[in-house]
Design a protein around this ligand. Structure first.
Ligand code: FES
Length: 109
């Protein structure tokens, strides 16, 4: 695994979800109360862009069918739902380790 510099701490404010790329992977980077998380950008349900999602604590909620994923583990916290129709996310969210070097944010891919 290589750690790739993807942003500076000044680039991603608390509560912001930023699109980033590392080794050709399209990811999201977010800052939850000073803790940084990186994950795949596409929702595992139907591929919606999770950069357009909302944070709920250390979890991201997809705006399309409201599936919720833990950003630390990638685990599904809530399956997608459309009105009264319950659906299943195809898999957990793939998450990536993040570390800081000075002001630089690095993601392990
Ligand atoms: S595409 Fe994300 S919950 Fe359906």
């Amino acid at each position: 695994m290589d750690y790739i510099r993807v942003a500076s701490v000044n680039d991603v404010a608390v509560g912001q979800i930023l699109p980033i790329e590392a080794k050709g992977l399209k990811l999201l980077l977010t800052n939850v109360a000073g803790q940084y998380y990186a994950a795949q950008r596409k929702c595992p349900h139907m591929g919606f862009n999770l950069c357009r999602g909302k944070l709920d604590g250390p979890a991201v909620v997809c705006p399309l069918h409201k599936a919720k994923f833990d950003l630390a583990t990638g685990a599904i916290e809530r399956d997608p739902k459309l009105l009264f129709i319950n659906m299943k996310a195809k898999s957990d969210l793939t998450v990536y380790p993040v570390k800081l070097e000075g002001d630089a944010i690095l993601v392990g891919v």
